[in-house]
Design a protein around this ligand. Structure first.
Ligand code: SAM
Length: 217
C-alpha cells in the first residue's frame, strides 16, 4: 500500500492529554519500536481516550501493560477485554501489571488461542480493537477478521508492529491486506509501528469477504 503516514493530530484533530503511569516506564521505555516506546504509548493512550467510556478489545495481553494503559485512558466507565494464551503455555505472568491496579475492575481477562476462541458475543460491540497477539501472518489475519466482526460502525482497529522488522512481516502483510479490503483506508501513524483503520460504516459484506479466506496478494 502507499505508505501514507498520518499524524495522530490529523486523525483526531487534537493531541489531547494522555495518562501514562510510571509503572509503564520502569526504566526501559526508550527502546524503539515497542509499545514501551514513549511515542507508541502516547499514540495508544490517545486512541483509547478517543473512545472514552467505550469497549476495547485487545489481542495479546502479555504482562498487561498496554491493557492497563487502555483502561486508564478510556476512563472509569470503559471496559477492556484482553486475550492471551493459557497461562501454562507461556513463561510470563499474564496480566500481572493490572491485577493489583485500580484499573483491574475495568478489565476482563480471557484465556485461549485467539484463532479458536468464540468471539460471537462481541460481534458489533467494540469501539476500539488493538491487535498485538501472535505476529505471524495467519494469526494476525485471523485476529484482524475477528476485529472486523467485533468493531462497531465509527470504531477503530489498530495494529502494532506494522513495518517493524522482516521478522514480523506477517503483521505488515495482514495490515496491507486489510487496507486492500478497505479501499486504502488504513493509515500508518507517523513515528510509530502502529497502523489504524477507522471503520466508518460497518460493512457486513467486507467482514464476510474477510472471512472467505486470503485473497491473492
Ligand atoms: C507482543 S505480546 C503483547 C504485548 C502487549 N500488548 C504489551 O504491549 O504489553 C504478544 C502476546 O500475544 C500472545 N499470543 C501469542 N499467540 C497467541 C494466540 N494464538 N492467542 C492469544 N494470544 C497469543 C503472547 O502470549 C504474548 O503475550
Amino acid at each position: 500500500m502507499t505508505d501514507f503516514r498520518l499524524s495522530l493530530k490529523k486523525v483526531f484533530y487534537t493531541t489531547g492529554n494522555v495518562w501514562i503511569e510510571s509503572f509503564i516506564f520502569d526504566g526501559h521505555y526508550t527502546q524503539k519500536n515497542e509499545t514501551r516506546d514513549l511515542r507508541e504509548l502516547c499514540a495508544l493512550g490517545l486512541l483509547a481516550s478517543h473512545v472514552k467510556g467505550g469497549k476495547i478489545f485487545e489481542f495479546g495481553t502479555f504482562i498487561g501493560r498496554t491493557t492497563r494503559l487502555l483502561a486508564l485512558n478510556a476512563g472509569l466507565k470503559s471496559e477492556v477485554y484482553t486475550i492471551d494464551l493459557q497461562q501454562d503455555l507461556v513463561d510470563h505472568e499474564i496480566g500481572q501489571e493490572f491485577k493489583e491496579s485500580p484499573e483491574n475492575a475495568q478489565i476482563c481477562q480471557l484465556l485461549g488461542d485467539s484463532v479458536r476462541y468464540d468471539f460471537s458475543d462481541f460481534s458489533n460491540t467494540i469501539d476500539f480493537c488493538w491487535i498485538d497477539g501472535a505476529h505471524d501472518f495467519e494469526h494476525c489475519w485471523s485476529d484482524t477478521k475477528y476485529a472486523l466482526m467485533m468493531v462497531k460502525a465509527g470504531g477503530f482497529i489498530a495494529w502494532h508492529d506494522y513495518r517493524h522488522t522482516a521478522w514480523w512481516s506477517g503483521v505488515t502483510k495482514a495490515v496491507r491486506l486489510a487496507n486492500r479490503l478497505f479501499g486504502g483506508g488504513v493509515r500508518h501513524i507517523a513515528g510509530t509501528t502502529m497502523a489504524i483503520l477507522h471503520v466508518e460504516t460497518r460493512n457486513k459484506d467486507l467482514a464476510k469477504e474477510a472471512n472467505k479466506g486470503v485473497p491473492t496478494l
